[in-house]
Design a protein around this ligand. Structure first.
Ligand SMILES: [Zn+2]
Length: 383
């Protein structure tokens, strides 16, 4: 009730809200007028669990944890309409990702269901957390995050879930939405319905993989965290080209998921096929688009927000698979490429990791795309 009233009052000043995700002005140090409440200081940092209570800070809020491995797991916060299966599924996926690739943080993974009031309550918790840390005022936070017209507002993730229920059409989105100015990684997710078995033909591995994908973005961005935003962008998406950032996340998520299924670490009720099948689908989708509305586009041409950006994801996944096969090291992004990206540009880190220039690689990859599918699939391992 309290939130509903606030929301109604705030809606009159919607247009003064900045659209840019990462550029909210932030006072770093609490002023003497508003000292940090003692509840912000954890008595003991919990190093074994994902914390699900948004009122708990499982780390020292006065410490800078950027660009380093931390002791604590990510946090995951859930709208109250989400089931225990969803909570357990997301928690396990996040823990798995952090165990596989390293704990970076603080990570806040905000998960929305289909119910609007439950989403508004969760957004309220998010904003209280920001206010408690003197990062944002309650008012500005609520205005921004409850604005349905903004693509990456938190309420937009609830809208996606509500549409899935209303239309019975599977759809989802999740994203790393920044948080650099606050020293955290802020991620949001729409309703991860596969953990509730909502659609017969979409097993839970789908949402598990999405969490791995998003957490890989945490890993990527943790290495370039303290650069200014334009330098950071030039390192991870050079000339706005998304293939490495998205292809890296998608390939590592799929590869790791199948590795852990195949070695018996992860057990799911239903089969998810094989890495080879997933890669085949991506090649089919990319080829279809390249033969139609995205013709003439090359790997390095795809950007966020353009009509063909999906092709950048699909071809990017293949590009990363190709590079990993070429040097025969599935950990190259974790061991070499991203760790060097803080001190050198994309081209230099690429050269160091793969032993040749991007332009040499791009022309090699062009030829690879001409091969028959059976030949292409030979580079895909059964991890
Ligand atoms: Zn992504």
């Amino acid at each position: 009730m309290k939130l509903t009233i606030k929301y109604a009052l705030l809606s009159i000043i919607l247009f003064s809200c900045s659209k840019e995700e990462d550029k909210n002005p932030v006072p770093v140090t609490p002023t003497s007028a508003t000292p940090a409440p003692t509840s912000l200081i954890p008595l003991e940092i919990n190093t074994t669990d994902i914390i699900n209570d948004p009122e708990i800070f499982n780390y020292d809020v006065n410490k800078d944890y950027s660009e380093q491995i931390v002791e604590f797991y990510p946090n995951a916060f859930f709208a109250s309409d989400l089931s225990e299966n969803v909570v357990n599924g997301i928690n396990l996926a996040l823990k798995t990702a952090a165990d596989e690739w390293g704990k970076y943080g603080p990570v806040e993974y905000w998960v929305f269901g289909a119910d609007k009031q439950a989403a508004l309550d969760l957004i309220n918790k998010f904003c209280e957390r920001r206010e408690a840390l003197n990062q944002w005022t309650m008012t500005e936070c609520l205005v921004r995050e409850t604005d349905e017209s903004l693509d990456h507002s938190m309420i937009a993730y609830q809208k996606t879930g509500a549409e899935v229920i209303a239309t019975n059409q599977p759809r989802g989105n999740a994203g790393h939405n920044g948080g650099f100015e606050w020293g955290i990684h802020k991620l949001s997710s729409s309703y991860p319905f596969t953990f509730d078995n909502l659609f017969d033909d979409i097993p839970a591995q789908d949402d598990f993989k999405t969490v791995l994908h998003e957490y890989f973005h945490v890993v990527q961005l943790s290495h370039v965290y303290n650069l200014t935003w334009n330098v950071r962008d030039s390192r991870v998406i050079p000339n706005e080209s998304i293939w490495m950032q998205e292809g890296g996340a998608e390939y590592m998520a799929n590869f790791t998921l199948f590795k852990l299924i195949n070695n018996g670490t992860l057990i799911f009720e239903e089969s998810y096929g094989s890495l080879s099948e997933k890669m085949q689908n991506k090649m089919d989708n990319a080829k279809r688009a390249l033969n139609n509305n995205c013709s003439g586009r090359k790997l390095e041409d795809f950007k966020y927000g353009d009509d063909c950006s999906n092709v950048g994801y699909d071809l990017g996944t293949w590009a990363v698979a190709y590079l990993i096969d070429k040097i025969n090291n599935p950990s190259i992004l974790l061991e070499t490429f991203y760790p060097n990206l803080a001190k050198m540009d994309f081209e230099s880190a690429f050269n160091l990791s793969f032993g040749y220039s991007t332009s040499e690689f791009y022309s090699e990859f062009e030829s690879f795309l001409e091969l028959p599918l059976e030949e292409q699939l030979k580079i895909i391992p059964n991890p």
